[in-house]
Design a protein around this ligand. Structure first.
Ligand code: NDP
Ligand code: BG6
Length: 515
């Protein structure tokens, strides 16, 4: 058997503290384990915007282990105090706005430290290792590295960190941020590179959409309610729509975005992950491997996307209400004449017994009229509908539609037909509505909170396994190559509009109207 790369006592991933002690002998009883979390790229945007605030929220909710330390690591020169000042500006008391959480913030900041170093330097990571050891105080050491850096330096960091700063007696895990490559080949190369230094079960590939409350709820909705699962097939479902729209452009991230485009940025990962969870068969159990096995089966049952089933768009400048909104290529970090799509719509099909012939329509775009992410399930017509006259010629209006609104204003609602109360016989479309803000008083955690906690606890259910990633890229790589090789020009749409008209024609080819 190949030796594990998970520290000297490899194979200890995911054990409880008691199991650790049993596994590594009597000396382990000296104390409870520690967790050291190193945010690599701590000076960057994601660290400030998401990672530190999520760690604070977990601390505030008493979800972090008793002994934990957080280290920021990056090339920028900063003292511990400067890091704390930087982090403190990003923390909010959003969890319980009535309670003054400044005391908790102080305590949290005292557990944050900074180490400046180069990403490819084993020596610099060895210095970090020394500091981590001081904080661990001889206890069992578990270490989590969060790679919040551009992907071209992932391997350098993993190499140096695994050689010089991995745990010697506990687990070492690495959270990897997207993008995981640009296509099948670069993604496979990245995986090969990571696996030179890490085992697959040490790699936590993040897709933060899997940490969103309503995406996690999909499995509960389907598998713990009798009323939905029997309808969840081609027999009753006409089409499924996965919609992502943002009402702002790529401001500030044009440099990154231009190299990727909306298909890689949103469709190949966030929307495809939702699709897989939506369409998978019942897993054998809630175990991470069982769930991921079912997701892979869905992805492998799909045909790679064809150019004729895809429409691309790019936003152009537009003046509304006296305000001028810039076009995508007005951004100084975007090359003039760029053909990178900021919008795409696509029709996908799953060739299996459950979904044969059902169009799964995806739409993703930046600088559109609103910000929303939704799953819309349009059901078939009622056969021999007694009331069809009440709907005139537009029978599609009479079909049921289930909407799962992932964000904002999280909700699940079902459109049904109902009699308008009174002596007449008028029908009305109404919603059976579960609006989260009315039903649940507790604030919904940010996706990064859930995912960080899962990584600390060794729960892999919401992270992407390498075969899932390969299957996802296989679906999109031929299309992406064709778009680039043929230099397909995206259809321009005004900033703040509902996107290019081509998306409507695409849907109409499948008798679908976007919800
Ligand atoms: P940044 O561009 O802000 O980079 C993070 C840090 O990495 C920087 O502060 C810098 O630190 C270092 N760095 C930046 N460029 C280079 C370079 N060319 N060579 C070496 N070091 C560099 O990235 P983000 O924080 O925005 O994102 C981090 C990761 O997360 C990326 O992979 C990104 O794609 C992904 N991501 C980001 C999202 C976001 O909203 N920001 C959303 C989803 C994913 P220093 O100079 O101090 O070493
Ligand atoms: C990221 C994309 O993965 O998700 C961004 O790179 C996008 O372009 C972001 O804006 C959207 O995430 P959320 O959680 O704000 O919907």
């Amino acid at each position: 058997e190949a030796p594990s790369k998970n520290g000297e006592n490899g194979g200890l991933l995911g054990l409880s503290s008691e199991e650790y002690r049993d596994a590594i002998g009597p000396n382990a009883s000296e104390g409870e384990p520690t967790v050291s979390i190193t945010v690599v790229g701590a000076s960057g945007d994601l660290a400030k915007k998401k990672i530190f605030p999520a760690l604070f929220a977990l601390y505030y909710e008493d979800c972090l282990p008793k002994h934990f330390t957080i280290f920021g690591y990056a090339r920028s020169k900063m003292t511990d105090a400067e890091l704390r000042t930087m982090v403190s500006k990003t923390l909010t008391c959003r969890i319980d706005k009535r309670e003054n959480c400044s005391e908790k913030m102080e305590q949290f900041l005292k557990r944050c430290f900074y180490h400046s170093g180069q990403y490819e330097s084993e020596e610099n990571f060895a210095d970090l290792d020394k500091k981590l050891k001081e904080h661990e105080g001889g206890r069992l050491s578990n270490r989590l590295f969060y790679l919040s850096i551009p992907p071209n330096i992932f391997i350098d960091v993993v190499k140096s960190a695994s050689k010089s700063a991995s745990s010697k007696n506990g687990w070492t895990r690495v959270i990897v941020e997207k993008p995981f490559g640009r296509d099948s080949e670069s993604s496979a190369a990245l995986t090969r590179g990571l696996k030179q230094y890490l085992d697959e079960d040490q790699i936590f590939r993040i897709d933060h959409y899997l940490g969103k409350e309503l995406v996690e709820n999909l499995s509960i909705l389907r598998f713990s309610n009798l009323v939905f699962e029997p309808l969840w097939s081609r027999q009753y479902i006409r089409n499924v729509q996965l919609i992502f729209s943002e009402d702002f452009g790529t401001e500030g991230r044009g440099g990154y975005f231009d190299n990727y485009g909306i298909i890689r940025d949103i469709m190949q990962n966030h929307l495809l992950q939702i699709l897989a969870l939506f369409a998978m068969e019942t897993p054998v159990s809630l175990d991470a491997e069982d769930i991921r096995n079912e997701k892979v089966k869905v992805l492998r049952s799909m045909k790679p996307l064809q150019l004729e089933n895809v429409v691309t768009g790019q936003y152009k400048n537009h003046t509304k209400g006296g305000v001028a909104y810039p076009g995508y290529t007005d951004d100084k970090t975007v090359p003039k004449g760029s053909l990178t799509p900021t919008f795409a719509a696509a029709a996908l099909f799953i060739d299996n017994a459950r979904w044969d012939g059902v169009p799964f329509l995806m739409k993703a775009g930046k600088a559109l009229e609103s910000r929303r992410t939704e799953i819309r399930v349009q059901f078939r017509h009622v056969p021999g509908n007694l009331y069809k006259r009440s709907f005139g010629t537009d029978l599609d209006r009479a079909t049921n539609e289930l909407v799962i609104r992932v964000q904002p204003d999280e909700a699940i609602y079902l459109k049904i037909n109902n009699k308008v109360p009174g002596l007449g016989m008028r029908l009305d479309r109404s919603n059976l509505n579960l609006l989260y803000s009315s039903r649940y008083s507790k604030e919904i955690p940010d996706a990064y909170e859930r995912l960080l906690l899962d990584a600390i606890e060794g729960e892999r259910r919401l992270f992407i396994r390498s075969d899932e990633l390969d299957a996802a890229w296989e679906l999109f790589t031929p299309l992406l190559k064709e778009l680039e090789e043929k230099k397909i020009a995206p259809e321009l749409y005004p900033h703040g509009s509902c996107g290019p008209a081509g998306a409507h024609y695409l849907a109409a080819n499948y008798n679908v109207r976007w919800g």
